[in-house]
Design a protein around this ligand. Sequence first.
Ligand SMILES: [Mg+2]
Length: 458
Amino acid sequence: MFSGNTLMKPATSLAGRRGFLRTAAGAFGAAFWADSSLDAALQHVSTNSRPSDLKITDLRVAVVARAPMTCPVIRIDTNQGIYGLGEVRDGASKNFALFLKSRILGENPCNIDKVFRKIKQFGFHARQGGGVCGIEMALWDLAGKAYNVPVYQMLGGKFRDRIRCYADTTESHDPKVYGERLKKRRDQGFTFLKMDLGIDLLEHTPGALTQPLGLTGRESFNTQHMFTGIELTDKGVAMMGDYVGQIRDLIGLEVPLAADHFGHIGLNSCIRLGKGLQKYNMAWLEDMIPWQYTGLWKKITDAIDIPTLTGEDIYLKEPFIELARNHAVDILHPDLATSGGILETRKIGDAIQEYGVPMAMHFAGTPVSCMANVHCAAATENFLVLENHSVDVPWWDDLVNGVPKPIIQKGFIPVPDAPGLGVTLNDEVVKQHLMPGEGYFLPTDEWNKERSHDRLWS
Ligand SMILES: [Mg+2]
């Protein structure tokens, strides 16, 4: 890795012109190549040293598959040979970023907020926010490389040196099997756990669910919770509680255990289930209903004595503030690749902190997006815990270089000090895991001229 101090050595310690140029390269802040050789420095010294003249020249994509999600990694190139890495939200189309290429070409990537405000009108909730956020991450990476500082430092510095993670764990209908898997997570060093707890557990048990006869799984999957007509019976509530109880018997009550993916049950069933789970001391109940229903969330939150949580599909800070101001949920859970990127998520954390609400972070991407989360989490005081979906993907760590491996060390990610996000891509490994039919940062000239009259007012 590059060492800024090497380039900053005084000229007197080096011979002649090479020494002068070495000093000049450091003095002008040219300290940002993965290749730290002097030749590389000399090759770039006349252009890379001027962040104010940096311009975006290209945006390309490499779509990684089964990480375990589909993850479009983006690269923004510049006129000075440095580039930034970002990532479109897991499961989203790469076109959400490519559509924005014509809007960012020629912009100075160090003007992160200016570029973000130009493109943010093209983002929306859930995956539709992915393009804006992926670009925003890459701008931070570029600005950090241009000025030779880590992203967390540009956000105001660190509140912590390592980021607590929780890992998703593959579900089993057998609570003994699931409990053992969760126990293994604890043995791996994780200090915070999450499980799936859905009504699929009950589907073969007569009398556990009430639902419109003949309702198919597909119909209920695509219908918001309150509109399915599915309700839990007392027997169903008891079965789900007993299932969690058997898991708690294996892992103990001390480690936080959150739960997600309940299924699309009605509001009152959410409340009855929440009450049934109280004695198992859950860390939070996630997305019991869609995030948009602030008033309904408040009914659930007020009725049960377990923390409630939502937020992974929300774009921009305002809906988070609305939920926090109303104390509609106890914890908010932005996904930085949907919520508006690194700075917007930092703003979300700060804003909800005013209402006493902690910020957990949803995440399901490659180490590129992971590091964007790590820098933001380091610089946000009310951060609670960061998700990771890839603990069982053996090649996930190898997608990048530049940070200590394993990336998650006994349940925590150390905050890197290298410039920008702190990682470079391991080209060979990324190429091995591309989505079939996808290339490795191939030209995207067809997106250079895409345009419309973008102004939102007249
Ligand atoms: Mg979730």
